[in-house]
Design a protein around this ligand. Sequence first.
Ligand code: SF4
Length: 367
Amino acid sequence: MDSDAYSTEFGFELRTCEWVEREWPPGSGGNDRKGDGESENEIENTATLVARQLGTERRRWDTIVLECDPDALGERARFGPTRLDSDLRHVVRNAPAEWTYYREALPHPGYPWRYVREAIHRADDRAILETRKDGNRIQIRRKWPYPDWCERIVAIENKPDLDRSAARRLRPQLEFDVALGLADEVWVATRRTGDRVEPILLEDLPVEAGVLAFDPDDLSAEVAWHPRSLAIGEPGTRILERPGGNTHDGSAARFEYVDPEWKRERRLGIAERAYERGWRSFVETMRPDCRHFLLRERDGQLLPYCGAKGYQPTARECSGDCPDYVPEPPAWRTKGWPIEGGPGKRSQQLLSDRRRRQRPGLEPSSE
Ligand code: SF4
């Protein structure tokens, strides 16, 4: 694979995700977090899940790292590979151990009960909740307690080449993250230069953000700056608008407070989506059904490659607009088609199998 592939944010990001999955936390052979009173044993007892391009309506992170309790992560698998949305979470987290009329068992959701009934039916269809009728009344009983599986959320921005203008754009994003305190930590991953002082450290970025000097060619990284833990359990500030920055702009920044409960729910929503998608879902936004689409292995990682262009395409290039797109010939889809599909389907299956390996407890057929 041409290392130029890693100069795009997309190529760099895929390598970051692979590295995180193998090596997180940075310097875990070393002592990154011991300063926070965390023992080596606790670090070893953490399972890592990686996803990409997730966040909230206002802010999407490049790479998301979930640090999980391994046993609780295994218990989460009982609820299946698909995410639990907020309505389903409301039901399964509050479902009682004994049969109870659902309106007596669940706290009022703040919206009409008919939506709760709809969520109960969906949970029943997914076999993650028990239901029965008592006359006209629906009773529910939990199958398993919903585990507290995600311990920490870490957000990483990927900036292979952080020039001045990229740093200027990055700064408000990091300030937004720090003020809100939705993730436990925020980092910037940038290409390692080998200079005595990494150039990114000379930029005016928030000191709370960690800096990872990453080499996507040999999958190695060094911590250039350690992050500070953000106050996820305290109210946060959401920056809605900021002054334009020129000296004549006398307008004030607009912001609003968010309470810890809002953050807790958002974090869980992000964790559930990350559980479902992982980072190998990149193939779902590309064209694996194109005859030129290939997965090539680099250091054990499967990366997209375009046979027509002769390089790793970005997700934007490898889309329905690509002028070189040619559908894979039906003859490739022999034996079992359309159930098994052609090479494109096999690419998706390969990536899906690898994603499942990171989620202990899921059945092989569950994706
Ligand atoms: S030709 Fe276009 S659509 Fe086909 S694999 Fe290459 S980039 Fe993707």
